[in-house]
Write a protein that binds this ligand. Structure first.
Ligand SMILES: Nc1ncnc2c1ncn2[C@@H]1O[C@H](COP(=O)(O)OP(=O)(O)OP(=O)(O)O)[C@@H](O)[C@H]1O
Length: 584
């Protein structure tokens, strides 16, 4: 047993990861205040159920064959003697059948009454294999692998709509959004499509198991002749994964996932899921108004990040990068995130922390995000109280909630660069805030937020980008008002959002720029007036040693002195000697 105690950012999680990878041990991450969860696993495999069925149905042939129908480990469970005692005449077979059927009905009604729905659905899905032809085999591709997304499932979702509809398909789903050029289709539940790969016939089926309490489970079932098992697993599935990547690349659709986009029904599901829409934000690095050097720095940083897979491996770091975007509202933080997503073609996961109940919920949500994605937590200073790492909780504090049932900063940090951060590749994490000073230093330390980007008020070069976006004004066709606008922008705090709003008011550059000049002049007058009023207020304030800004310090100092004196007084009692000293 080992206890690690050291300051923030000194590599506790990395050491644990290194120990686990050196020893090839699994890691169980128990939160110190967390709830212990017991997992019960049912490990009858497909083969086992098939062989149980085979042993029950084929009661002919010699005893050796009967035993061979069972997989080796089931041979231990079902003894030879039990099989020998199975009946062989038609009448005894019929009465055996009747008694088995009666027992089955009894078992089924007991199961309906006693077993929880997920367990029932698990058992019924396993029993369905009894009815598949023995020559064929079915691969079950579930949506989730443990808590993480199953990439084969996701690839099947992309690939299957591109293969021809089978004659046996009775229904399929169609959709088209504003941005899609053509209608896309998807498999409907319980429908099949056929595919052929290197002369192997394959059948895909999409199934949804409904469960009101725990939410629906989705899966694909891929059936084929069992003699092709190696080819399907070794060649066909990798082909489907590669095709899905290529299709996504061709479609160039970036998705925006949000935990708020899933239905209430899905939310109650213990494995909370993300709902998605296509990210149709047109922002690119060309359209974002910011200093050209900063833009160049960000693009180079992103390029370096995506090509550094081996580097991250070599230095023993999870392949992820954290960006902190800070600045006043309307300076383009969201636009920059969209530009990053469009540039990298990474999906965006928009996480609203206010809707996350506890660390366990957060973990489920984050584990179900995919690789090559951007996780965004906007306005991180507003959603939760970040002041204290240990007491970081949802603002709606409920004293009745146990301490283990909370969202904590440690829980989030653990995902950013703790052990959990390694559960995925090529991840970008972006936090945005209007108040960087309000963030816990633990969040800002190097290694967590690798790049801090200040999104400032509009600058002359930012204006040039906006003028080009909105009015097609470029270096070679500069408008006579551009010089005046740039001069005003230098001396006025105006956000790119405000400038953009003015430029949108007319297609006529004279009108739009004229409006912007007036707006900037008004803004400058207002801000000068505010400054004068502030200075007048300061001048009117009585001159004391305890004005507002000094008061806090004075109180702190007083408290400190009282505490010191008390401690020294205690010392005096205990030791009989006392020395007073005061350092200010
Ligand atoms: N730097 C920018 N470049 C281009 N357009 C911008 C920029 N900043 C703001 N805008 C315009 O203003 C709108 C609002 O900007 P955006 O939402 O990106 O700002 P924000 O900093 O994320 O604001 P908030 O902090 O309120 O979320 C955008 O739709 C865009 O049209």
């Amino acid at each position: 047993m080992a206890t690690m105690y050291c300051p923030l950012g000194t590599g506790k999680s990395s050491l644990i990861a290194a120990m686990a990878s050196y020893l090839k041990f699994d890691v169980y991450d128990f939160e110190n205040k967390g709830v212990v969860v017991y997992y019960i696993s049912f490990d009858f495999g497909i083969e086992d159920w098939g062989s149980i069925a085979a042993a029950l149905i084929y009661k002919t042939g010699n005893e050796r064959n009967k035993i061979q129908l069972l997989t080796p480990r089931l041979q231990h469970m079902f003894s030879l003697n039990n099989l020998k005692e199975m009946p062989t005449t038609a009448s005894s077979l019929f009465s055996a059948y009747a008694s088995v059927a009666g027992s089955m009905m009894l078992v089924r009604s007991m199961a309906n009454d006693l077993l929880p729905p997920p367990l029932r659905s698990y058992i019924s899905s396993k029993l369905s294999y009894l009815f598949t032809p023995l020559s064929s085999i079915t691969l079950v591709i579930e949506e989730y692998s443990g808590a993480a997304c199953n990439q084969v499932y996701q690839a099947a979702e992309v690939y299957l709509p591109t293969i021809n509809i089978s004659p046996s398909t009775k229904s399929f789903r169609v959709r088209k959004t504003n941005r899609q050029r053509s209608i896309s289709r998807a498999m409907d539940k319980n429908q099949q499509v056929a595919d052929t790969f290197e002369n192997v016939d394959l059948t895909w089926q999409y199934t949804v198991t409904e469960n009101k309490k725990y939410g629906n489970t989705h899966q694909f079932e891929l059936s084929f002749h069992r003699k092709h098992r190696d080819k399907v697993i070794g060649s066909y599935l990798p082909y489907v994964l590669a095709r899905a990547d290529a299709i996504k690349e061709e479609e160039k659709v970036v998705k925006l996932y949000s935990s708020h986009l899933c239905s209430e029904y899905d939310r109650s599901y213990s494995k909370r899921k993300w709902g998605s829409v296509n990210l149709e934000h047109p922002s690119t690095f060309d359209t974002v108004a910011m200093e050209p050097e900063m833009k160049k720095m960000i693009v180079e940083d992103l390029d370096r990040f995506v090509r550094r897979k081996e580097f991250y491996k070599k230095v023993g770091k999870a392949w992820k990068r954290g960006y902190l975007l800070y600045g006043p509202p309307g300076t383009g933080k969201s636009s920059l995130i969209a530009a990053m997503a469009n540039y990298l073609r990474f999906d965006v996961y928009d996480l609203e922390l206010s809707g996350v109940q506890n660390n366990s919920d957060l973990r489920k949500l984050l584990l179900s995000t995919t690789n090559r994605s951007i996780l965004v937590i906007e306005d991180i200073d507003c959603t939760v109280d970040l002041q204290n790492r240990d007491n970081w909780e949802d603002k709606s504090q409920d004293p009745t909630r146990s301490t283990s049932n909370k969202l904590t900063l440690s829980g989030l940090l653990n995902f950013i660069d703790g052990l959990w951060s390694s559960c995925g590749d090529e991840r970008i994490i972006v936090f945005t805030t209007n108040h960087k000073d309000r963030l816990d230093p633990a969040l800002l330390r190097p290694g967590r937020m690798d790049v801090h980007i200040h999104m400032s008020y509009c600058t002359p070069s930012g204006f040039k980008v906006l003028a080009s976006n909105y009015l097609d004004i470029h270096e070679d066709n500069l408008h006579s008002l551009c010089g005046e606008v740039e001069g005003l922008i230098k001396s006025t705090e105006v956000t790119p959002a405000e400038v953009a709003e003015e430029l949108m008011k007319s297609d006529d550059a004279d009108v739009a720029l004229g409006g912007l000049v007036n707006f900037l002049k008004r803004k400058r007058i207002e801000s000068e007036k505010r400054k004068e009023e502030e200075e007048a207020r300061k001048a009117k304030r009585p001159k004391t040693d305890h004005n507002a800004s000094d008061e806090g310090e004075a109180v702190d100092l007083k408290l400190e002195i009282v505490v010191n004196v008390e401690l020294l007084w205690c010392d005096a009692h205990c030791t009989g000697t006392v020395q007073f000293g005061l350092e200010v």
